[in-house]
Design a protein around this ligand. Structure first.
Ligand code: DGL
Length: 254
């Protein structure tokens, strides 16, 4: 049986859980939104690591056999330490710079992420591998996390907030835009509409789901749990968490 823990600072990781659930519907997922401490984007790596440790211990107590850190900021801040300290596999997030670099025709790619992700050495290393071949422009998605946590992904206000961070990337000529924060896929429709059809917007979650499948196979963790399903937990209010997951489930069964 496979019990999989999955965490984020809030509802963003549901964009990853959606892909995991599509690819592996027979598992038992325990999702934890640390929304009492959201956003993580401006918090110190030490604080985030401590939260990840605590949540991992809680997940182990509930039988988790693998942990998905469905948060780019937490992956950058904590995954190396978590892998060293705990005896289960950890799957993390990384901005999908590679597919963007391979797909660009303009030679310019854009990365939207939190401040924490963009200044982390993990991201700077990834950037370093590609910056001789393509121009990489970045922008913090200021206010994006707050929009998604409030369940506001389509209003005029959301459009203005998104425009402020997206426009500089479009002005620089980016034709591939990487969503480097798991909250941002919930704004993907709006971002794609504002960027226009010539711009590809990349969500790394499907690749993470494929990676999890590989890890489970490698470790011999079976791919069907006798009690499949999804448990949602939050350190703060679970209202938006439940309503977004309901929406995701409906969209999957359409
Ligand atoms: N969803 C997170 C990420 O992927 C964190 C956003 C935040 O809490 O600032 O980076």
């Amino acid at each position: 049986m496979a019990v999989i823990g999955i965490m984020d600072s809030g509802v963003g990781g549901l964009s990853v859980l959606r892909e995991l659930y599509k690819a592996l519907p027979g598992e038992h997922y325990i999702y934890y939104a640390d929304n009492a401490n959201c956003p993580y984007g401006e918090k110190s790596p030490e604080f985030i690591l401590e939260r990840c440790r605590e949540i991992t211990r809680m997940m182990l107590g509930r039988g988790a056999q693998a942990m998905v850190i469905a948060c780019n900021t937490a992956t950058a801040a904590a995954i190396a330490e978590l892998r060293a300290e705990f005896d289960i596999p950890f799957i993390g997030m990384e901005p999908a710079v590679k597919p963007a670099a391979l797909g660009t025709r303009s030679g310019v790619i854009g990365v939207l992420a939190t401040a924490g992700t963009l200044k982390a050495s993990k991201y700077l290393k990834t950037r370093g591998r590609f910056e001789d071949d393509v121009k990489i422009v970045e922008h913090v998605g200021s206010g994006f996390v707050e929009l998604v946590e409030a369940g506001d992904t389509a209003s005029q206000h959301a459009r203005e907030v998104v425009g402020r961070s997206l426009q500089p990337l479009l002005d620089a000529g980016a034709d591939n835009i990487v969503l480097g924060c798991t909250h941002y896929p919930f704004l993907q429709e709006l971002i794609s509409e504002m960027a226009g059809p010539a711009v590809k917007v990349i969500d790394p979650a499907p690749a993470v789901a494929r990676h999890l499948l590989e890890v489970l196979r490698e470790r011999g963790i079976s791919e069907t749990d006798p009690h499949p399903g999804v448990e949602l937990h939050a350190s703060g209010s679970d209202k938006v968490l439940n309503s977004i997951w309901d929406f995701v489930l409906k969209s999957l069964t359409l």
